[in-house]
Design a protein around this ligand. Structure first.
Ligand code: BES
Ligand code: MN
Length: 456
């Protein structure tokens, strides 16, 4: 192991250069004009896997290619097999003018590497690849078989991954899936994430008159769809900060006293948190702490609102329609299908006769919760302890990685969520960055992980 660790230490500058090369690809899966960039980026990571000694294949799908890179030619019966999942696609970089340097021209400042995708998720899975490179290049035997699965559609809902898992089920069967795509509170608080929220997305539209109308000539005689939408949306939350959809909380498994105690022990300072967010006061469901509300309680959020004239100056109209994009974050045992039905029924009930309501379902993902005391989770905690030199914490995160339940359903394996993102890494925001300390510690964690997991 010492040789592996030395190799990682000696080669840090090269690894940073490689991450810069990787970040340079504008692999934005949401924007069709980047299709070629995604293919080029897939090619780069595929060749990189080959160069470090992995047996790598570039697998076409109906969308962006998936890379399957293995440490073995043939599996030996009885040897543990782990899957490492990552994604090479990134979120759109807009708004460009808020970036201090161009999003696809990686820049290093202090111990941070700035660039879209540096943290979410290129840096995080590259750290795992570097750990394995250290084994392969030093001729150190890995105590288990590994397959890297790196896809290009995570940021648009893993469109073709579930079908791919089904088609490659036999080959991908494994003992656990390792995913570094979540966060840690600080370098002194490495974390194992044992829960994620699910998600149910929908879009609603209130249709009013057959066209935009003069607000002076007609105003007062018919409904304004924008106002009706605001009134309808305002009814979705009560004074206690609870979602008013009947049945919304029916399937929510209450937090245990033990869990609440654990969550209360996480490093959290309300004043700093408010300052970090730029708000004067926090808000949310009464009876729960902010940490609980953002990770272990369900929510309903408006993600976007559109209606009427949005250009310069004024235009006196009654808009013909108004629409809203909504997502609800779910916790066990809520399901996106049931929550969508309940939401749709309630929206129809709330909608006045003066407008027509259309509800369009969006993507969905189940919440995820797994025991943090399983032997494999304990092994992961030991690897974190060794790499970071601090006692790891257990987290439930508010974000969603819908594919983890597909991994469980199709491959029968649980996920070990070992994120490397710091709270100020700005994923999905301008000036995304990745800490080079997290990069290095992530590699060391990756190196120890296989030793610890093979024993578990
Ligand atoms: N890596 C994130 C999810 C995440 C971030 C989980 C931080 C926990 C902590 C992932 O790339 C992501 O952004 N997921 C989307 C999923 C959605 C598009 C279905 C999300 O959570 O909004
Ligand atoms: Mn993301």
């Amino acid at each position: 192991m010492q040789e592996v660790l030395n190799f990682l230490k000696m080669n840090q500058p090269r690894f940073v250069t490689e991450l810069c090369e990787y970040v340079r690809y504008p692999s934005v899966s949401a924007q069709p004009h980047h299709k070629q960039d995604l293919a080029a980026c897939a090619g780069w990571i595929h060749r990189h896997c080959q160069a470090i000694g992995l047996n790598s294949r570039l697998c076409p799908t109906k969308g962006n290619p998936i890379i399957l890179a293995r440490t073995f030619r043939k599996r030996v019966r009885g040897r543990p097999h782990f899957l490492v999942y990552g994604h090479y696609d990134v979120q759109p970089a807009e708004p460009f003018d808020l970036w201090k340097s161009p999003p696809f021209k990686p820049r290093i400042e202090g111990r941070s590497l700035f660039g879209r995708g540096a943290c979410d998720n290129k840096g995080q899975h590259l750290a795992h690849l570097k750990a394995v490179e250290a084994y392969l290049k030093t001729g150190t035997e890995l105590p288990c078989d590994l397959t890297f699965l790196i896809e290009g559609e995570e940021e648009v809902g893993c469109i073709h991954l579930a079908a791919f898992l089904k088609a490659y089920r036999a080959e991908l069967g494994c003992d656990a899936i390792v995913i570094s795509d979540t966060g840690i509170p600080s370098l002194k608080h490495p974390a194992l994430t044992y829960g994620l929220r699910g998600i149910a997305a929908l879009e609603i539209k209130l249709q009013g008159p057959s066209r935009d109308l003069h607000s002076g000539i007609y105003g007062g005689s018919l409904e304004n769809p924008a106002l009706a939408l605001c009134q309808l949306l305002a009814k979705l939350r009560d004074k206690q900060g609870r979602v008013t959809i009947p049945g919304f909380y029916d399937d929510v498994v209450p937090l245990t006293a033990y869990e609440r105690k654990q969550l209360a022990r996480l490093p959290y300072n309300e004043k700093e948190y408010r300052k970090f967010l730029g708000v004067r006061e926090l808000s949310g469901e009464r009876g729960f702490t902010a940490v609980e509300r953002r990770s272990a309680r369900p929510t309903l959020e408006i993600n976007g609102l559109t209606s009427g004239y949005q250009g310069a100056g004024s235009k006196t109209i009654i808009p013909a329609w108004a629409s809203a994009k909504i997502t609800m974050r779910l916790v066990p045992d809520q399901t996106p299908v049931r929550i969508f039905k309940l939401a749709e029924r309630h929206l129809q009930y709330l909608c006045p006769r003066t407008v027509r309501l259309e509800v369009e379902p969006g993507h969905g993902g189940d919440p995820y919760l797994v025991s943090p005391s399983s032997p494999k989770a304990q092994a992961a905690l030991r690897a974190l302890r060794r790499a970071f030199g601090y006692e790891p914490v257990l987290l439930r995160e508010g974000g969603s990685i819908p594919i983890v339940t597909d991994f469980k359903k199709i491959l029968g394996a649980d996920a070990l969520l070992l994120g490397l993102a710091l709270p100020d890494d700005n994923p999905h925001s301008p000036n995304e960055k990745f800490s080079l300390d997290c990069f290095e510690k992530g590699m060391v964690m990756g190196a120890w992980l296989w030793q610890e997991l093979a024993k578990a």
